[in-house]
Design a protein around this ligand. Sequence first.
Ligand code: ADP
Length: 500
Amino acid sequence: MSTFVAAFDVGTTSLKAILVTRDGKICHERKAALTTRMTEDGLVEQDPQEWFEAMCSVTCSWWKAGVKPSSISIIAMTGQMQDLIPISLEKRALCRAILYSDMRAVAESEHINELFGKSFLREQLANTMTPASILPKMLHWRRQFPQSFRRTHRYLFGAKDYLIMMLCDRLVCDPTTASTTGLFLHGVQRWYTDILEKCDFSVSLMPDIETAGSVVGSVNRSASKWTGFLQGTPITCGVGDAMAATLGAGIAEMNEAYIYLGTTAWVASFVPSVPLKLPANDAIYTLAGQDKDKDLRIAPVLNAGNIVSWALTLVGCKPGDDATRFYELLEKEAAAAGDVAPLTFVPYLNGERCPIQTDGQCGAFVGISAGTTMGQLARAVFNGLAQSLRWCAELLDVSENGALRVVGGGARSAVWLQAIADAFGCPLIVSGRSEIQPALGAASIAMQTIGWADTRSHFPLDDDGRVLIVPDVDLSMAMRDGHKRFKRLSEVIVGLERRS
Ligand code: ADP
């Protein structure tokens, strides 16, 4: 009988799950949709219980398909980071999870930066304190819901950490997820007690920091009832999705960049952790890895796959419609449009962190004529998203030699990939398994834990469908010519929004 690592990735649009055999074969891939609640005033929330129900529906489908619970050797986890999830003594979420992209804590973030000094904080944390950071969210939530705050026993900061709690009662956080909180001292890798105390939070509210590969517990009796996992199945801490996607993409070398295209996106590469050299641009994040000598340098982009989802409305997609058909239609229209210069799309419909910081509503089409077609608008959306990623790569100092790897659900769009290859002027290597790379990365860590792989780089990747996308000479020239215009327009529009 085969034995498996069961790996889960709690993304924004869906929970993905795979079973991985000892020799790296991926079986029983599953996906369960998740809902996000968004409001005009910047709230972005999900129900943690829905994450757990999604996990239960996946495991139930595995058992129905004939997988034996006794064949699961270990459970591996990854998922969205920088969420605020207050937990009661009874180990229940006290409210919906406040997601990484939630921008309600603007005033609190400004207040913290004024109080402690923006550059001092950046030196301690290796990252900038923004409304997306956890501390401003904690302050905001406590002010808004004092009664719920009094019932808060601990906080969790990663979606996968909620699943871990539901499976084995432990409240944990890995160093990569901790790096996104604004409460983690990068140098010594522990919670920033001083700032917590100065803000009247006890350090006992924080989860335990555990390394990604540690076994943090095993499935308890009640979780076994819900999920069907055997009681006692070991669970690894796992790691936040940025690191898991990096490992799943097979990135191991320093300064080898890759792009993740999910609901949000990032451009990232490993850099030496010692000496810590903060990037010139404070929108670039530095996340602790699980290898002590390597940090993950990352340009986090909030407007990415979610903007493609929005663009489906251009081709008639309405709320509640099955999106699959409309992704195909959007793709077809955009592909047929060809070169659309000088039509430019500025993609910052939501708040943005990188390459330009804004609280939102800065989306624009510029250069529309009476003859502009819907297909051209669609093409301009993909081009604008690609230009924005290229700008991030410049801020990260990514060299354009060689090919860039691309992973994530957005890599299903051939037009988007072509636009990125054209904007970057370099070939892209796209995994046939782009959507499940984070789950694969988490699985690779657990495989090391149980001795199925020596090192992460020895993890045998099962990736038959890998393709190479090469830049088109003419379109690449047009994108390169349009890059300055894209940046200038973005700065002007974001500047207008700041003044209004
Ligand atoms: P996450 O886990 O953050 O939700 P995924 O890797 O699952 O991210 O990717 C989801 C994103 O991929 C969605 O925002 C969606 O717009 C985009 N996406 C999915 N299918 C397509 C497609 N065919 N073309 C373009 N984008 C797509």
